[in-house]
Design a protein around this ligand. Structure first.
Ligand SMILES: [Zn+2]
Length: 257
């Protein structure tokens, strides 16, 4: 396993190596970082056999030509979402990011994804890797679970630096997020959790983050003050929290138990 962390948003890239091949999860983020990843994989003698984009947000569907033309899997619902909203979700975001950082991505390669087989088991020659598909952060968000390794690449869930980012386009945004946490919490033998933004953690971190996210959602739903160190850990989190508060005030408060 290799985890590399971008200078932007602490975005992680996860590589699962098996012999001379690898599974590449959410390659990110700046063009120079993708180029460095290409070089590192080449130095290690690793060819990308398959890839995963955990969800249809622009920072998780990036690619560069040098990574090759392996199939890039995601969930069927994520594919549907990209078919309907590729412009606002990926293309427009990339144009804006290009302007912000004077950066130039291989735009036509962004978000060119394939639906994973039903059941979510990824076709590749390494350790079993299965998509755990749920909604809540984005439609058809797909964490990657590698049970033999005890690894969970959690996408934009279970972060030590980010509070929950809810998909308020979901009719039951809170319920969908809670269902997602439940699906991730039911996995057996997680020894390494890798969030899409933040630091990898062990099984205790996996449980702590599940708990922290549940507490955050409960407080949000109840209208209680939120006590969460992540709010002060990274400036945009206050902003995201206010966005969550505003959104929930516009919506009925329902929490599933
Ligand atoms: Zn996201």
């Amino acid at each position: 396993m290799l985890v590399r962390t971008s200078d932007v948003y602490m975005t992680t890239t996860t590589v699962v190596a098996a012999g001379s091949r690898c599974l590449l999860i959410d390659p990110a983020l700046l063009p120079g970082e993708l180029a460095a990843l290409e070089e590192e994989l080449a130095d290690l003698g690793l060819a990308v056999e398959a890839a995963v984009s955990t969800h249809p947000h622009w920072d998780h569907v990036l690619w560069s030509a040098g990574l090759g033309d392996a199939p890039r899997f995601t969930s069927a619902r994520a594919i549907e979402t990209l078919e309907q909203r590729r412009g606002p979700m990926v293309d427009d975001q990339l144009v804006e990011a290009s302007r912000r950082w004077y950066a130039s991505w291989d735009m036509p390669l962004a978000g060119r994804l394939t639906a994973a087989p039903a059941g979510g088991l990824l076709p590749w020659s390494g350790p079993a890797a299965r998509l755990v598909v749920h909604d809540g952060h984005a439609p058809g968000h797909a964490a990657v679970h590698l049970p033999e390794l005890g690894v969970l690449a959690a996408g934009d869930m279970l972060s030590d630096v980010e509070i929950p980012g809810l998909d308020w386009d979901e009719p039951d945004a809170l319920g969908a997020y809670q269902d997602g946490l439940q699906a991730l919490g039911e996995l057996a033998g997680v020894r390494l959790v890798i969030p899409g933004h933040g630091r990898p953690g062990d099984s205790a971190a996996w449980r702590d983050r599940l708990q922290a996210d549940r507490h955050y959602l409960e407080a949000l739903a109840a209208g209680d003050p939120v006590v969460d160190p992540r709010l002060d850990g990274w400036p945009p989190m206050r902003q995201q929290h206010h966005a969550n508060l505003e959104a929930i005030q516009r919506r009925p408060r329902s929490v599933r138990d």
